[in-house]
Design a protein. Structure first.
Lengths: 278, 314
């Protein structure tokens, strides 16, 4: 196995590249909390400027500094991603654990519902949910989070089903441990790596979904900077300037790429089955 | 085969029923009064009460659900509150934009993804492979609406080759209509192609390691015949499954892309209906999309048997 690894230097590159990108996005979000070159919502006199020394990404139609807005937008995306994946993970693990541990009709019902939601496109779900709960950033978090539940539920259920049969779990049961003890001590820790891998991919999807919702005007509301709504504003200006349409999109792509590649890297590192194949 | 078919059909019906329950429940929670939507905020309370009675809003939810379901089974999704016309007819008319858009996007996706995926697998761990994977990672990271904006900048703003939005009706000439669908379809297919390329590549890699491929090679068949004739056909099975699963993503993506290019399709309709609290319209569209997804996946299951004779349905 070590030899196979040495032969594929690019395999671990995923983990390195993904980590670098994700840490980069995290740092810029942290930075933007403390400092942005300009106030991201303050209008100025220099409108629709191309990139320059003073405004590295140029300015928009209200004279706001695009660089500051993109920077601030990263906190928005990361916040939505974190809460949405958090909701998906907590609810998904709970549902999956119930389903996998107890089985029977409960399993049947829960998984049927999960399947229906899973087959339904996340964006459409999110559009539907934001339309019910109303527009805004909190509701897009809830919406994206809920659409994330089935995939985590399926994963957890899968690990529970296979781990339930294993010797060390039977041993724990024979020793008289309570169901909660068995789940918390023996089953859950062993199902962590698939969940971690999925969390990274789900984070990427959540960032995309938040951007799409904001672009459609259902997510983060102006004047708060969000990459999606910045692109919507930029599209209306295409006949006058192209710059505002470039940088927010690039920011989305970098962040999504980071989490996707990190997910691939984690899979390579944690999932023993992947190492065998190319 | 027949037993399998009945079982699958049964689960299809159960799934659709579950979807209908979820949609109905979800939309009951929407704040706002449909009767008020029709009459406007200035309506006097008496007319309002009368209309509410007329629309059956005073009946218990279960009765309304059964009524709606009964109609939906017969293809009657009720009347749109905003347009005053039957929902089913409106969906049908919007399909003349959305269905060709999805079809064209699917076609472009396969045209891009199949050759790329096969090429990458045939040149495994070569620069061509890495390049393709890079394209694929990039495609996964770029949101469809940004891809749309970038394509718009290049082909409409800079080159003036294609319209930057709007739809030319089919009655004005097929070519003009297709022209107005090309950029939206392309932006939709770039993202899809990224997914399908990856899948094609890994399916091909798996197949290329099988014994019958080695046999074909040792028989002295050219690499081209081995890859395209022997391997691709079997790799195609996993690709078809994915195409089925992606059909939902394609429809959802179409909603966003239609918004980008101001196309008067189902996406525009659902967004407007949501904003205007047009409940029957939203219910109808969402149920329709769900039905398309479920039916496509059912068809995919049936296509398996044709593609892989080893699969028997009993």
């Amino acid at each position: 196995m070590t030899e196979a690894r040495r032969g594929r230097p690019l395999k671990n590159a995923n983990l390195v590249v993904g980590t670098v990108l994700v840490v980069g996005v995290l740092l810029s979000a942290l930075l933007s909390l403390a400092y942005t070159p300009y106030n991201p919502t303050k209008m100025g006199r220099d409108r629709l400027q191309p990139p320059s020394q003073a405004h590295p990404f140029g300015t928009d139609q209200f004279g706001r500094d695009t660089f500051s807005r993109v920077l601030k937008g990263s906190t928005n995306s990361l916040l939505v991603g974190t809460i949405a994946v958090g909701i998906g993970l907590v609810c998904g693990v709970l549902v999956g654990a119930l389903s996998g541990y107890f089985g029977g009709w409960l399993d049947e019902v829960l998984m049927r519902v999960a399947d229906v939601i899973y087959g339904f496109p996340a964006i459409l779900m999110a559009i539907l949910i934001t339309s019910i709960l109303g527009h805004g950033i909190q509701n897009s978090m809830i919406a994206i989070g809920l659409s994330n539940v089935p995939v985590f539920a399926r994963l957890t259920r899968g690990s529970f089903l296979s781990l339930k049969q294993r010797g060390f779990v039977s041993a724990a049961r024979a020793l008289g441990r309570s169901p909660w003890g068995i789940v918390g001590r023996h089953i859950l820790p062993n199902s962590l790596s698939p969940l971690l891998i999925q969390a990274s991919s789900s984070f990427a999807i959540a960032i995309l979904a938040e951007a799409a919702l904001s672009y459609l005007g259902l997510g983060t509301q102006p004047p708060q900077p969000s990459w999606g709504s910045m692109l919507l504003e930029a599209q209306a200006l295409l006949n006058r300037t192209l710059w505002p349409a470039l940088f927010p999109g690039l920011a989305i792509a970098v962040a999504v790429l980071g989490f996707n590649v990190l997910g691939d890297g984690l899979r390579d590192a944690l999932d023993p089955r992947v190492r065998e194949r190319g | 085969m027949l037993r399998y078919l009945t079982r699958r059909l049964f689960s299809l019906v159960v799934t659709l029923w579950l979807v209908s329950v979820l949609i109905f429940l979800a939309l009951q929670v929407i704040p706002g009064d449909p009767a008020q939507v029709v009459l406007g905020l200035q309506a006097n309370p008496e007319t309002l009460a009368k209309l509410r009675e007329q629309m059956g809003l005073n009946r218990p939810p279960l009765v309304r659900y059964l009524d709606w379901l009964g109609g939906a089974v017969q293809g009657d999704f009720g009347r749109s509150l905003n347009y005053g016309v039957p929902v089913a007819g409106l969906i049908w008319s919007k399909l003349s934009v959305s269905a060709p858009l999805a079809g064209l996007a699917m076609l472009l996706t396969l045209t891009i993804a199949l050759p790329l995926g096969v090429y990458a697998a045939a040149h495994h761990r070569n620069w061509g492979d890495y390049g393709t994977m890079l394209f694929s990672q990039g495609g996964l990271a770029v949101p469809s609406f940004w891809a749309g904006i970038l394509l718009m900048i290049l082909f409409s703003v800079k080159l003036h080759w294609l319209p930057s939005g709007g739809f030319t009706d089919w009655s004005k000439g097929t070519l003009l209509s297709l022209k107005s669908l090309l950029l939206p379809a392309l932006s939709l297919s770039l993202v899809q192609a990224a997914v399908i390329t990856r899948m094609t590549r890994s399916a091909m890699l798996e197949v290329l390691h099988e014994d019958y491929v080695t046999t074909a090679r040792s028989k002295g068949l050219s690499e081209r015949v081995v890859v395209y004739k022997h391997a691709l056909k079997n790799a195609f099975i996993s690709v078809v499954t994915l195409l089925g699963l992606q059909s939902g993503q394609l429809l959802a993506g179409a909603i966003i892309v239609e918004a980008v290019f101001h196309l008067p399709g189902m996406g525009a309709l659902v967004l407007r209906s949501i904003n205007q609290r047009d409940l029957p319209m939203v219910q109808g569209i969402v149920l329709f999309i769900a039905a398309v997804i479920v039916v496509v996946n059912f068809l995919v299951d049936l296509v398996y048997g044709y593609l892989d004779p080893r699969i028997r349905y009993d």
